[in-house]
Ligand binder design. Sequence first.
Ligand SMILES: Cc1ncc(COP(=O)(O)O)c(C=O)c1O
Length: 361
Amino acid sequence: MSAPMLFIPGPTWVPEEVARAQARPMIGHRGPEFTALFEGLIPRLQAVFRTRGRVLLVTASGTGLWEAGVRSLVRRKVICLINGAFGERWAHVAQANGKEVVPVQVEWGRGLRPEHALEALAAHPDAEAITVVHNETSTGVMNPVAEIAAAVRDASPDVLILVDAVSSLGGAPLETDAWGLDFVLTSSQKCLALPPGLAFCAVSDRALAKAHEVPHRGYYFDLLTLARYAERGETPATPAISLLYAADVQLARILEEGLEVRWERHRRMAERVQAWAAERFGLFAEAGFRSWTLTCVANTRGIDVGVLNAFLRSRGKVISSGYGPLKGKTFRIAHMGEIQPHHVEELLADIEEWLRREVSG
Ligand SMILES: Cc1ncc(COP(=O)(O)O)c(C=O)c1O
């Protein structure tokens, strides 16, 4: 059975050339070949993160770096902005690492605003950091991280700003340095269109300085250990070298397309899918906060998404059901990574055909 085209929010479709790169011969991770590979990746990752600062990588999915961020950068107390399942889970990870979490709950589907952060900071002046998910994959909301970060910097200059860009980095504007972000993490398998298994983060100098004051940072995800090894072009433990080969090829492809061109491609696909969804169904995310990388469709017609997906599979495509409590009430169409506008047109044509047959007919 050939694999369907993935319109799910990760893993996303990996180009052949990138997948093939994983078959390159193995090398030792303590030798010059590895250091050359590692050091070749860093400037390209910096370009994608829009930072001149430090970028680190781990052999793990993004969840590992959730843990790294809160465990290495928070001594005691962290404010977690939550407007969906992933914001909630990052807060849970912070708690599981023994941190005191101040959860700021905002209705799912609504966007986070600077006021949400400011109110929490006023009530908790001893908070050391704030977490925010740029793109809530569960609801299709893209949060205004630039505005939130500016407000936090202004009100509480010492508070670190930790950002989950798992389903946005490479598919929507995110400016680590210009927005003054301290820790930005992403996974390999979303907009970067790599296989799962790697996670990348940008870490500011002041964040790293803070890590020195934090005890019990663990080992595998200790940002200080990762940074120390990165300085000599290595990782503390054996990394997924095959995935790094794939990253080597794919990061070059991304920069060849042009990061801003790539963002614009995502924006145009979002605009198309969201205009279609608004006409045929509804949109779950609040206007003004809609994601560039996925669309969360409000299932106003009560269609059976499982049946639709079975039809789409027969056409070599698959979309995603609603997340957790939103299952049945919504479904999600991801337009991220290497998905092109013509793929979106083909998908929408198939869904239209199914609607004509199954719903109207
Ligand atoms: C916004 C967001 N954050 C974090 C995660 C967890 O990432 P991973 O599955 O790479 O651990 C996901 C996964 O879908 C996500 O969408």
